[in-house]
Design a protein around this ligand. Structure first.
Ligand SMILES: *Cc1c(COP(=O)(O)O)cnc(C)c1O
Length: 412
């Protein structure tokens, strides 16, 4: 079994170790929740001030052109594309993941005409299911959300009436990962289009959308990409669909000539047709600061460290917290694991509150799940060791039973 000193040695030998310095992390905090909200890149502070003081205060309206504000969604999309296995011109950064899903799902349903089934997983991320239900109801054309309880049921669910298969690549609660190429092929085999939600994959695991021949994708930037709370999300439309795909939020930023100010809508020729209206520039610019850190490494190195961290966490929990009611939820097989580890415990909520009170920040998801994210750009091996030690102590001492840890807050 590894000791704390062994973990310190692993940190000294870690090729990604210097990247931790690119982030502002509070003293005394072990941050294992980058899967929910990434930390502040140091460069973002200066960049935000530059936008406020120079581009906005001094540049004013001129900055739409001179500071590149107008071109930002596409420029950021091009910069993000390598992390998705996409080409320039296939990705934009805009709107929220929920809104982007609405747009791509609507476009996909139109491309599949008479097919009425949208196949997805019952325990998928709720916003995905809510958006799908809302869109299907709104269209009023008899679309059906067909939910499976297990991926094994997909072959039956994907019949000749399936328009779309919508899946979370890495599951937000369990950390389980789908085989992107295999699932996409399965959707295509029945004539359906594949829509991936990459909220828990981008920046966490290597993604190859074009290698898998995926049709559409959406995902968040404020998680592993460290773009800031509520930062605009991304969407991908494969180049082979762009000419035919139309989305319903036909705002002026998606027009072929927005400043021609014509009365009729004509979609922009490329990915820009998936934009809607004026973007929140202050948060959009900061997406770039998160991406810049990824450009100093590669996803193979990120993945190698991610698996080493989550392996270490599982090993230490099983060795040091055995017999204390914790159950591993996340798959052990590397090919099936994202970059988080989820543990089930009957008293998961107060245990997580007790951890947070000691500066070990993970989060809690219903039902009974303690969730720990391992973002390789800044999490150290010694953090894993120390987090497990706190968890062991909290369980041994019953510290989680304190009344202060029982009350549920709005965000868990
Ligand atoms: C975080 C997350 C979202 C977030 O959607 P928003 O519109 O940004 O609130 C969507 N899907 C999945 C799978 C997520 O994990």
């Amino acid at each position: 079994m590894l000791t704390r000193d062994d973990c310190r040695r692993l940190d000294r030998e870690d090729p990604l170790a210097t990247l931790r310095g690119e982030f502002e992390l509070p003293d005394g905090i072990l941050y294992l929740d980058g899967n929910s909200l990434g930390p502040l890149p140091r460069a973002a502070r200066a960049r935000a001030l530059q936008v406020l003081e120079r581009e906005w205060a001094q540049g004013l309206i001129r900055s739409w052109n001179e500071a590149g504000w107008f071109a930002l969604p596409a420029r950021l999309g091009d910069r993000l594309a390598p992390l998705l296995g996409a080409n320039p011109g296939e990705v934009v950064v805009t709107d929220s993941t929920s809104v982007n899903l609405f747009k791509v799902l609507a476009a996909a349903l139109r491309l599949r005409g008479d097919r009425k089934a949208i196949v997805s997983e019952r325990d998928g991320f709720p916003t995905d299911l809510y958006i799908t239900q809302g869109l299907a109801g709104f269209l009023g054309q008899g679309h059906e959300l067909r939910l499976v309880d297990d991926a094994d049921e997909l072959p039956q669910a994907l019949g000749e009436d399936a328009a779309v298969l919508l899946l979370n690549h890495v599951h937000y609660r369990t950390g389980a990962m789908h085989d992107m190429a295999a699932m996409t092929a399965r959707a295509h085999a029945c004539g359906a289009l594949m829509v991936w939600d990459l909220a828990h994959s981008v920046g966490a695991v290597p993604v190859d959308l074009n290698g898998a021949r995926a049709d559409f994708a959406v995902g968040s930037t404020y998680k592993y990409l460290n773009a800031g709370p509520g930062a605009p999300a991304f969407l991908l439309v494969s180049a082979r669909h762009q000419a035919a795909a139309v989305q319903p939020l036909s705002g002026w930023w998606g027009h072929a000539a927005p400043f021609a100010m014509r009365s009729g809508f004509q979609p922009a020729p490329g990915i820009a047709r998936f934009l809607c209206g004026t973007q929140p520039i202050l948060s959009l610019v900061l997406v770039e600061c998160g991406l810049e850190v990824f450009e100093r490494t590669d996803m193979a190195a990120v993945r190698a460290k991610s698996l080493a961290l989550s392996d270490l966490f599982i090993q230490l929990v099983e060795a040091r917290c055995a017999g204390r009611g914790l159950e591993l939820v996340t798959p052990r097989a590397h090919a099936r694991r994202g970059s988080q580890v989820s543990l089930r415990h009957e008293h998961g909520y107060p245990i997580m509150q007790a951890l947070i009170a000691r500066g070990v920040i993970g989060d809690y998801r219903e039902p009974h799940i303690l969730r720990f994210g391992f973002a390789p750009l800044y999490v150290r091996y010694v953090d894993v060791w120390d987090a497990v030690e706190q968890l062991r102590d909290i369980l041994d001492s019953d510290a989680w039973r304190a009344p202060a840890f029982q009350a549920r807050r709005a965000v868990t």
